[in-house]
Design a protein. Structure first.
Length: 327
């Protein structure tokens, strides 16, 4: 059933993609804001209580609904529920339009437009970036977004679905990624800013939750790309990134397609801005990793890498399903 759920959800997401500000995402933002407003007192135990309410409670609810539907109507209702939840938590189209817009602007020679789109996407100051840095950052942000919106979600979905918990893993991973990013952004809010304890709880939980999915994604990138170069870059350079999990993914990407990632960081948004640079896209010395300087031609390689990863996931699930049926 896991294979069918993933295939149907991926097809639905391609045919009818969700808008970034869809009702499910809006409800999650309201819930995270309400919990932080009522629970966050600046202490560690209240921060973890808030995290549990926003991340773990919806995952438990998703598993409970799955169990109830399975008991009431059997696997068809449970399958529909899993498809719906996975459709809401997956998100190729939630970031691909940013990638496409910046790529088209660069190919048309409109670097100023590309800088504006990058700044709008990541809420950073991109005004002084040269063309090579724009390409590098778009590759990094896109690969990390593919991991967080697709491959990480699939990893946790499969793990907990095998345990009989339905789509709880997808909800768990998506909410953990969201609150970590949302509460960090809310530290600059004028009204009820997030406390340091709340941000620390979100960060600490995310590092643990994303540890295995990040390495699964990096291994997949190595398999569908240049394996030896990806593994070598992973071993030699992953620790140079500010975020250990992101570093594993970006180092493997750099080796898989032979592109120089890393380099100077974007400057953070001014105080009162909407966000900070995505962790992992910064933190290296300016020379970056070994490889070719980033060019727009690498965009095509990144797209191919991501879709080969999707094919690899489906192939593995097909093989596991056949082994289960024949066994």
């Amino acid at each position: 059933m896991i294979l069918f759920v993933i295939v149907i959800a991926l097809l639905l997401e391609q045919v009818r993609p969700l808008e970034p500000h869809n009702p499910a995402a809006a409800a999650l933002r309201r819930w995270a804001r309400a919990v932080a407003h009522n629970v966050d007192t600046g202490t560690g135990h209240h921060a973890w209580l808030a995290w549990t309410l926003v991340v773990a409670l919806p995952a438990v609810a998703a598993a409970a609904v799955h169990g109830l539907l399975l008991w009431l109507g059997g696997w068809p209702l449970a399958l529909l529920w899993s498809v719906l939840v996975l459709y809401l938590t997956l998100g190729f189209r939630q970031f691909s339009h940013h990638f496409t817009g910046i790529r088209d602007a660069l190919e048309a020679g409109d670097e100023e437009r590309a800088r504006q789109l990058l700044a709008h996407w990541q809420q950073v100051d991109a005004g002084a970036l040269p063309r090579t840095e724009i390409v590098r950052l778009v590759i990094e942000y896109s690969v990390l977004a593919a991991h967080r919106h697709v491959f990480g979600v699939l990893a946790w979905f499969c793990v907990l679905a095998v345990a009989g918990l339905g789509p709880a893993g997808a909800v768990f991973y998506r909410n953990a990624e969201f609150v970590r990013r949302y509460w960090q952004r809310k530290t600059q809010a004028a009204d009820h800013p997030s406390s340091p304890a709340l941000c620390e709880a979100g960060d600490a939980a995310w590092r643990v939750i994303d540890w295995l999915p990040a390495r699964m994604t990096a291994l997949g990138l190595a398999i569908v790309g240049s394996f030896e170069d990806a593994i070598d870059a992973w071993r030699q350079h992953a620790a140079r990134f500010a975020d250990a999990n992101d570093g594993v993914i970006l180092a493997a990407t750099a080796g898989a397609i032979g592109v120089r990632l890393g380099g100077a960081a974007l400057r953070p948004a001014a105080p009162g801005g909407l966000g900070q640079p995505m962790p992992g896209a910064a933190g290296l010395a300016a020379e970056g990793l070994p490889g070719e300087p980033p060019r727009t031609a690498h965009f095509t390689q990144v797209v191919g890498l991501v879709w080969r990863m999707v094919a690899l996931w489906l192939l593995l699930l097909v093989l596991l399903t056949l082994a289960h049926v024949l066994g």
